[in-house]
Design a protein around this ligand. Sequence first.
Ligand code: E4P
Length: 219
Amino acid sequence: MKIFLDTASVEDIKTANDIIPLDGVTTNPTLIMKEGRDYVQTLKEITKIVNGPISAEPVSLDAKGMVKEGKEFAKIHKNIVIKVPMTPEGMKACRLLTKSGIKVNTTLVFSANQALLAAKAGTYLTSPFLGRLDDIGEKGTELIREIRQIYDNYRFKSQILAASIRSTDHVLEVAMMGADIATVPYKVYRQMFKHPLTDKGIKQFLDDWNKLQKELKKK
Ligand code: E4P
C-alpha cells in the first residue's frame, strides 16, 4: 500500500520524506487554509520534495470552472492530480480533464455506488472519506471493502485512496482490506512508528550497555 501525507505543511512533508520517501501528497482548501500560505507556491514547493502524485483541489462547482482551475494547477508539475468532488459536474470535469491527459482524484466519496460512478468516469484515484463516515455513526472502513470488491470484479484501474484517516487503526484496517493508498495526517504518520515495547527495548539495551561500560572501567 502506498502512503501519502494528507497535509499542506511543507515542513511536515520534508520531515516525513527524509525518513521514508513519501509516495504522494493530498491537499485541500481546508489544509491550505490552516497553513495560511499561497496555494500555487505551496504546491510548487511540494513537487520539489515528493516524487509522486500531488493532489490539488479547485473550488469551482461547475465542470467548466473545475477544468479551468485544474488546467492551471496542472501547469505547475506533471505530478499534479486534480481533485474533483463526487457530483455530476465533478464527473463531467473528470472525463474532460482525463481526456486532456490530466489525472483526477475524485474526492468526497461516501458510498460504493459513488466509487463505481467515479471509476466509470475514468478517475485515476477514488477517495472514500472514512473518518467523516465514522463521525456520523457509520463504519468508514467497510466502504473500502465494498469498493475493493467492485473494482476487482470489473477490473477498474482506478486506485482506492483511503482518505479522512484519523488513527493508526484506520491505516491498519485499510491496508488489510486492500486499499491501494492511504493518505495519512502527519500526526498519525508519526504514531505509526511508535510501539511501547520498541521504546522499552531501546532503553533496556542502552542501560545494559552503560552497565557493561562501568564494569569494564572497574577492571
Ligand atoms: C484528502 O484527500 C482529504 O481531503 C482529507 O483526507 C479529508 O480529511 P478530513 O475528513 O480529516 O478533513
